[in-house]
Design a protein around this ligand. Structure first.
Ligand code: ATR
Length: 264
């Protein structure tokens, strides 16, 4: 039986096992996927288990997406561009670090049928997932990316790798078409960013990378102000889909039953 894990700290919340085990069953693959709480010092052990084929694939979540880069043999183009790795596999006896968040975000936006071409986008936040969102937005040829973060210094550090992205002040409201919440604010129900969304106007596209709760206060307020809103559910599903296809060379079906697993 093949063995797959997702590692992170904390890890209790991860729904990756539900998704992958569902697809194993659907595709008659003899494999198991579990979640594992990791400490930074355990990283070399994970790499060695992949090398020995005791592990056939690993997903990485917060806060280790950067840390693994120093331990793998090679990283893919997407991982290099984002300086972030969330999927590991063995290829020609080399441990490869890959990033499926870029593809996950791009496919999620395409899935909503929102035409992002030439649009102006504001990203709120400077955490682990933001470099993947920036790379995906650039790939989709948006006109301009702006970014704001509560802690300016953290945003400045991130944007050293992305000189085309404009940093704006936390309190500034700017004229954009799409606003993305990429912070962790909203994970606890009712939490608010403290930004007055009225200033952005109507008929804008508000996207939240959070999918549990289904509708954060950010999305709820945006919706009541007459905007289009979307949560991060499909981004999460598509990043898993990309990892699955890399590992098993199969494009598994995203059916209603699978989507329900993530909505619980
Ligand atoms: P990381 O990847 O850095 O471990 P993350 O959980 O992916 O962290 O992202 C945390 C993001 O949420 C950061 O942008 C953080 O802002 P700071 O850099 O100022 O810490 C943001 N964030 C968390 N709590 C916040 C709050 N109460 N108000 C505004 N932003 C907040």
């Amino acid at each position: 039986m093949k063995k797959y894990i997702v590692v992170g700290n904390p890890i209790g919340h991860s729904l990756s096992p539900e998704i992958h085990n569902y697809w194993f069953k659907k595709n008659n693959i003899d494999a198991n996927y579990e979640k594992k709480l990791l400490n930074k010092t355990d990283i070399p052990k994970v790499i060695s288990e992949i090398r020995k084929k005791e592990l056939n694939g690993v997903n990485i979540t917060v806060p280790f997406k950067k840390d693994f880069i120093n331990f793998v043999d090679e990283i893919t183009h997407e991982a290099k561009e984002t300086n972030s790795v969330n999927t590991l596999y063995l290829s020609n006896d080399k441990v490869i670090g890959h990033n499926t968040d870029v593809g996950g975000f791009e496919l999620a936006i395409r899935h909503c049928k929102y035409d992002i071409n030439k649009k102006k986008v504001l990203i709120i936040g400077a955490g682990g997932v933001v470099s993947s969102i920036i790379v995906a937005l650039k790939k989709m040829k948006v006109e301009k990316i702006f970014l704001k973060n509560r802690t300016m210094e953290k945003a400045k550090t991130l944007l050293k790798g992305f000189p085309g992205v404009d940093l704006v002040k936390w309190e500034d409201i700017i004229n954009v078409d799409m606003i993305i919440n990429a912070t962790s604010v909203g994970l606890k129900d009712g939490e608010s960013l403290g930004i007055d969304l009225k200033g952005f106007g109507k008929n804008k596209f508000f996207y939240d990378v959070i999918y549990n709760p289904k509708e954060t206060k950010f999305l709820n307020e945006a919706r009541s102000l007459g905007n289009i809103v979307e949560n991060g559910k499909m981004m999460f599903i598509y990043q898993a889909h990309q990892a699955f296809s890399v590992w098993h060379k199969i494009f598994p079906e995203i059916d209603d039953e699978l989507i329900k697993l993530v909505e619980k």
